[in-house]
Design a protein around this ligand. Structure first.
Ligand code: IFM
Length: 474
């Protein structure tokens, strides 16, 4: 079948008009240029230089050189028919010290990027924080310090002021669970601290940062669409034993409900505070109202399901960490991640598209009335370029197709889902895994920086052009 024919083929599973078909990246994972045009240092610049923190000692000084190649990258996005592109702004590029002086050259980069996207008809979706905290703020206490949330609101207002006339869709903090519990409890991510009680404070301040930034941006421009972004997992007990049921309650509590209840109900779940050994003393009066101010949308990052057991002794997390780390599961360190025996991606994450359907339906039922967007979904595989230069990655294509089917089924069943962003546009720096894991729709040759769309990218492009999927619903 030719591309022209597929273009005109009517899909069996048509997505609604206006559905955002996108791909996502983040600043530190792709930009490089860490010392250019006045950018300050972030906690990741520090972390990657500490021995043993990142596999093979990789850093993101160059990453995939997007800072210099953004024009060609946007052309490539247009060739792939993307309707939307979700990227993050680097806080230390815009505000090198994390407070005070704004760096105009940093803002200019994002102005140019946004202009380029708009010229090519691609809707920019801006994330304000994807884990690159300016180092001076970490030196002053990091996310466990309340002041960091206030500083974030100032920074968010500066970016929103500069780009708000051309960017409609905003998200504040990407995956606060990771920033708090991988950054401050397990130490797998920067700043690499292993201080569980501080991690809980960090989680609260990341949520507060979201709320304060939302208020600041709304005051500037009421027309902006602003959302919070959480990484959610479907969670199942391994058996119906009381211990396993309790384990599932705990992990669902800390991974999902802690953030959802705060953002959408204005309270922390009492059982989770008890698990944490925390009466919630980190929250001041008025914080929960700020955190739960109405959202225009909730952005959800989904990758897998956790099947857990309350019997200690199994795997301490769903996938082996690449480096020596502690547990991110504050107060529930005894829980083990048994898995359900499903096929896994190169991350060791079980593939379970049904889990995405389950989460979407649950959100619509338990946290109604907020429009939803799948802001990250995708898979790492050990793909290689064949001798003919083609990257055949059926695993990734199947993964994305299965999850898009889950999205379609959720929409059919009444879920207000407005978009889907594949993670990631291109191979990039996968945090503690360095360049060892490839999530891209587009392959990057790290020696030459050459970009090659994989077969999954070509399939995704056809799907976007058609506006839906071929083949009946299950
Ligand atoms: O690469 C990350 C991204 O930065 C945040 N969400 C999960 C992705 C895959 O691990």
């Amino acid at each position: 079948m030719t591309t022209q024919e597929t273009r005109t083929q009517t899909p069996d599973l048509l997505f609604p008009t206006g559905f955002a078909w996108g791909a996502a990246t983040s600043a530190y994972q792709i930009e490089g240029a860490v010392s250019e045009d006045g950018r300050g240092r972030s906690i990741w610049d520090t972390f990657v230089r500490q021995p043993g923190r990142v596999l093979d000692g990789d850093d993101a000084d160059v990453a995939v050189d997007h800072y210099h190649r953004y024009r060609a990258d946007v052309r490539m996005m247009a060739d792939l028919s993307l309707g939307a592109y979700r990227f993050s702004v680097s806080w230390p590029r815009v505000q090198p010290d994390g407070s005070g002086r704004i760096n105009p050259r940093g803002l200019d980069f994002y102005r140019r990027l946004v202009d380029e996207l708009l010229v090519r008809g691609i809707e920019p979706w801006v994330t304000l924080y994807h884990w690159d905290l300016p180092q001076p703020l970490e030196d002053a206490g990091g996310w466990p310090a309340r002041d960091t949330a206030e500083r974030f609101a100032d920074y968010a207002a500066a970016v929103h002021d500069a780009l708000g006339d051309r960017v409609r869709n905003w998200s504040t903090v990407n995956e606060p669970w990771c920033a708090a519990f991988l950054g401050y409890a397990s130490g797998e991510h920067a700043p690499g601290r292993r201080e569980p009680a501080r991690a809980v404070q960090a989680a609260h301040h990341l949520l507060l940062a979201h709320g304060l930034a939302t208020a600041a941006m709304r005051a500037q421009r009421p027309g902006s669409r602003i959302g919070g972004c959480v990484n959610l997992y479907a969670v199942s007990p391994q058996t119906s034993s009381a211990a396993d049921l309790d384990a599932a309650r705990r992990i669902d509590g800390l991974q999902n409900r802690f953030f959802l209840d705060a953002l959408l109900r204005g309270e922390y779940p009492a059982d989770v505070l008890e698990d944490l050994g925390e009466p919630g003393g980190f929250a001041r009066e008025g914080d929960m109202e700020i955190i739960s101010a109405p959202l225009d949308m909730l952005l959800i990052n989904y990758y897998s399901r956790f099947t857990v057991s309350g019997v200690p002794g199994g795997a301490a997390s769903a996938a082996a960490a690449p480096t020596d780390t502690g547990s991110p599961w504050v107060g529930s360190e005894h829980v083990s991640f048994a898995g359900a025996g499903l096929p896994v991606t190169a991350m060791g994450w079980e593939i379970d598209a049904g889990g995405l359907y389950e989460i979407l339906l649950r959100l619509a039922r338990e946290y109604p009335r907020v429009p939803l967007v799948v802001s990250e979904n995708g898979a790492a595989f050990d793909d290689v370029a064949d001798a003919d230069g083609v990257v055949r990655d059926p695993g990734r294509r199947d993964y994305i197709e299965a999850h898009l089917r889950a999205c379609h089924a959720a929409i059919r069943d009444g879920v207000p889902l407005e978009g889907y962003f594949a993670w990631s546009l291109m191979d990039n720096f996968e945090w503690a895994w360095g360049y060892g894991k490839r999530f891209g729709l587009v392959r990057v040759d790290y020696e030459t920086q050459r970009r090659t769309p994989k077969e999954s990218a070509l399939w995704y492009a056809e799907t976007i052009r058609r506006g839906g999927l071929i083949g009946p619903a299950e």
